[in-house]
Design a protein around this ligand. Sequence first.
Ligand code: SF4
Length: 471
Amino acid sequence: MTGTGNIVARLPFPVAARKELADTQLRANLRRATHTIRDKRLRVVGEVPDWEELRVAGAAIKDDVLARLPELLERFEAAATAAGATVHWARDAAEACTVVTDLVRRSGATEVVKVKSMATQEIGLNEALEAAGIEAVETDLAELIVQLAGDTPSHILVPAIHYNRTQIRDIFDRNGLLSDRARTDDPPALAEAARRHLRAKFLSAKVGISGANFAVADSGTLVVVESEGNGRMCLTLPETLISVVGIEKIVPTFRDLEVFLQLLPRSSTGERMNPYTSLWTGVTPGDGPQTVHIVLVDNGRTDTLADEVGRQALRCIRCSACLNVCPVYERVGGHAYGSVYPGPIGAILSPQMSGGGANRTLPYASTLCGACFDACPVRINIPEVLVHLRQIGKHPPAERAAMRALSWTMRDRRRYAAALRLARRSAAPVRWLAGDRIRHLPWPLSAWTRFRDAPLPAPESFRDWWTRAHG
Ligand code: SF4
């Protein structure tokens, strides 16, 4: 079933990117933040002598999971149920939102606390809860900033990466978090203001909603990895815990988890070990939430699984390393991608999960430089999938005809040489008028020059030059 919810962009990437490119403050904020994280990541990854072996192991475990996903999901369901959790299945975003909203309603709560969960953003849960009269309070600091600003996340790991500390101070001030203290943009003071705001919410909430980084099939255990400890409060204080989990989050055993707990922190925040790793298995009488629900969400994942080249996108552990090294992301930021999954991984995951629409342009949002593949801890060959998606996508008839003609010409060396000679001869008068580049071509070729120059063929080919110079 095709995925729905916040994975579907409203605007095509070229339109949305144009607006973001005009924002110089955004570019400065992104450049500073992504370069800081990527330098830190490079340092700590360089400390691990068997990093490549770890990457290969991570990729192999995930490929094994994808090859036997139904079996592992059933094993997870059986183990989690035996441990006292209730497992629900959701085919798309709407179904997942209905399940969660009904569960919250049944608990009688009108406010829930949430630990950062991309799956809940993907299904548009906050909007669904609001429509049902339930307030959802984000408790991850960056998520809270975005929520207070009335904005949407722009990065997988640092959703508020597009703000600097002065902008965050103003957001807190507008929402009354700084009312009893001096207006300061000192990070510890801002964190303290957020902590005081959230503490009251943690202590009063009856329902917590979480995602999960991993789900262990053998034991029915869910795992959340985080830096602040706010997630742990969400997972342990409320009476009811509802976890929304994408079906690809499964790992077979605890032994497999070991690999990802080494790969994830170094790739995401550049830390050797993340500060908080919370694991829970069903219900423990007298300790933690006494009602535990797990909603397993498909939302286009089985469609993605069906594509032999594209399915590797489901290996993703959402570390965001690919975003931090991407020259396109660094300039346009996460909002231009339209979907909840931005950057290189978003460019391959969103179109596959949503089946096209405005997301059809996303595979072109890349220079194919390959930096994302080098950075990915589970070796997702993002450039390969981008090229594959471009090939299977729809192309205008004029482009198809041009490519067919080009392919016919290039299949024969003499034909190719003759075409080049003709192109050089025709370009000579244009070069005399316009120099080496054409900046505006008439329709339909204007589709090319609207976004880039068209270079003219060199006055002399390399072969001709070689023959002339070396005989
Ligand atoms: S594609 Fe790879 S680098 Fe990018 S977020 Fe996923 S796991 Fe991390």
